[in-house]
Design a protein around this ligand. Structure first.
Ligand code: NG1
Ligand code: ZN
Length: 518
């Protein structure tokens, strides 16, 4: 009874900021692969509610919870939020539905949902005052991020939680801060200084084992495109810890350009071209981050100025080779497996299976799925083709890892690129009335609804050589994504366009029919 009274008091006297965050009419959102994403103006109420949910989750897990305000590679006008916990993992799938129902709950419903969650919290009755529930907040460089982070903090304090807003951090830096807080410093000092220190010292120690050879990676200067986002200033901070062990020229550092606009990892990957304005030169290597620095891609031009992309698949190739090499040296019998999504280039899958003789798994889009599968393996290597790797996908640590592995294997980026030849591919987007009407199976490689769409896709695929195509609703944009690959670029472009037309016709396309890629 006493327990019941205490809970009621909590619910009745708090939520004093709730009235400042009403749910706008006609807006419903789903907590997807990357949390919530939407135009920033539609998000204040969601942020406030995620502050509340973070405290509930902290209560439930007895751990410090992170809330990152970012929309990653989306345009500057969008924003988003995702929760992270424990050792920096994503919110478990079982709590995503709470996030979804909180996001559109009006005050009365919110109280009911909070009470229901509280009832389910193990050991709530014996817990000490709410002050022990602590939330770490991070923001990207978007103009809206400050105000939205403040809305999160209002949610936290309304439930009696405490928070620390770290301000501008990369998404992976917040993952680190959460994990290091929860491990009481075991994985490093819970501060940005601790993060930089840990990364730079590990890099220096590993690089001390490399014997620079003429013509190896040491002689390829690196230029990094920061997507005009948070990764640029954070890379500059990291470099100040590296002393002379790494030199990187940073472009698109946010001083003049717009976030993710004609630059950044998504622009480079989708368009298979350099960021706008970058004059690439043979003999240099280049890389791009996305807006919150959890994706990394490399690229270079050859003698004839042809652009070549070293994407997430090629980075996982490098990692798998490196780990195999270490296992061989140490004579350890572990099996290395590679976990991919349907977006992995068919040539990479073939190379892993046939040349490196590794087990390959295909999982639905979203690193949380890949991470879960990788944990079942002896050693699991995973990257999405777009350069998002590991559960936190830290582009800064991945950059150090790539530089280190190339150096220790005495391999150049063009040599890594040449290990196998990607099949030409094309990605397109189609706007439909309700993208959730499209359902898929077999790790998103086959459509199950609407009827007839899968058969029509297959019929088109058969018209092309070495071809494959699939469609799925995006979890981060209000779009259906189309992917096609085939023997030639022309064929891949044509197939992607044909499939996009099918989606438009059979799945309720909005506006004009999709145009052929130019
Ligand atoms: P959606 O919008 O669900 O396709 C995109 C990426 C994912 C993942 C998330 C989160 C592609 C095709 N999709 O998801 O791989 O990185 O963003 O950032 O690249
Ligand atoms: Zn990102």
């Amino acid at each position: 009874m006493a327990m019941h009274t205490r809970r009621r008091v909590e619910m009745d006297t708090e939520l004093q900021n709730a009235n400042a965050y009403p749910v706008p009419s006609g807006i419903t959102m789903e907590y997807g692969t990357a949390g919530f994403r939407a135009p920033a103006c539609n998000l204040p109420h969601v942020m406030y509610r995620m502050g509340l949910l973070a405290v509930m989750r902290a209560r439930y897990t007895r751990e410090v919870i992170g809330v990152m305000v970012t929309a990653s590679h989306n345009p500057e006008e969008d924003n988003g939020v995702k929760l992270m916990e424990g050792m920096g993992e994503m919110l478990p799938v079982s709590w995503e539905r709470h996030a979804t129902s909180f996001a559109s709950a009006h005050l009365g419903e919110l109280r009911t949902q909070l009470s229901a969650l509280l009832r389910d919290c193990p050991g709530t009755e014996s817990s000490s005052p709410a002050q022990k529930y602590h939330v770490l907040i991070g923001e990207d460089t978007r103009a809206s991020s400050k105000m939205l982070a403040q809305a999160v903090s209002h949610g936290v304090t309304d439930l009696g939680g405490t928070f620390k807003n770290f301000g501008l951090v990369t998404t992976p830096q917040l993952h680190y801060l959460v994990a290091s807080h929860n491990s009481e410093g075991l994985i490093g000092e819970p501060s940005l200084d601790g993060y930089y220190h840990k990364l730079s010292e590990a890099y220096k120690a590993l690089m001390a084992q490399s014997k620079p050879q003429p013509g190896n990676e040491g002689s390829y200067p690196l230029t990094m495109d920061g997507a005009n986002g948070v990764g640029a200033p954070k890379m500059a901070e990291l470099l100040s810890y590296m002393k002379h062990s790494l030199s990187v020229k940073i472009i698109n550092n946010g001083e003049s350009g717009k976030l993710n606009h004609e630059c950044g990892a998504d622009y480079v990957k989708i368009g298979q071209r350099a960021p706008k304005g970058l004059q690439m030169r043979e003999g240099r290597i280049y890389c791009s981050l996305d807006g919150d620095a959890d994706r990394l891609l490399y690229y270079f031009v050859d003698k004839s100025d042809t652009f070549h992309l070293v994407d997430g698949d090629k980075i996982s190739t490098l990692m798998a080779i490196f780990i195999q090499h270490l296992l061989k040296e140490a004579q350890l019998p572990f099996q290395v497996s590679v976990v991919q999504t349907a977006y992995a280039n068919g040539s990479s899958t073939h190379y892993f299976e046939e040349t490196l003789l590794l087990q390959v798994y295909c999982l639905p889009t979203g690193v949380k799925y890949l991470h879960a599968k990788a944990k079942e393996c002896d050693i699991g290597v995973y990257f999405e083709a777009n350069g998002h790797g590991t559960a936190v996908g830290d582009a800064l640590s991945d950059l150090l890892a790539v530089q280190m592995m190339l150096s220790l294997l005495d391999l150049s980026l063009p040599q890594l690129y040449a290990l196998y030849t990607d099949l030409p591919s094309r990605q397109l987007k189609v706007k439909v009335m309700d993208r959730q009407r499209i359902t898929t199976t077999d790790a998103e490689r086959r459509v199950t609804h609407p009827d007839g769409l899968q058969a029509a896709i297959e019929e088109r695929v058969h018209r092309h050589l070495q071809a494959r195509a699939f469609v799925r609703p995006s979890g981060t944009e209000d779009m259906v994504r189309v992917y096609a690959e085939a023997e030639t670029q022309e064929s891949a472009d044509c197939l992607a366009h044909e499939v996009a037309l099918l989606v438009h016709r059979l799945a309720g396309g909005v506006g004009e029919e999709p145009r052929a890629p130019s």
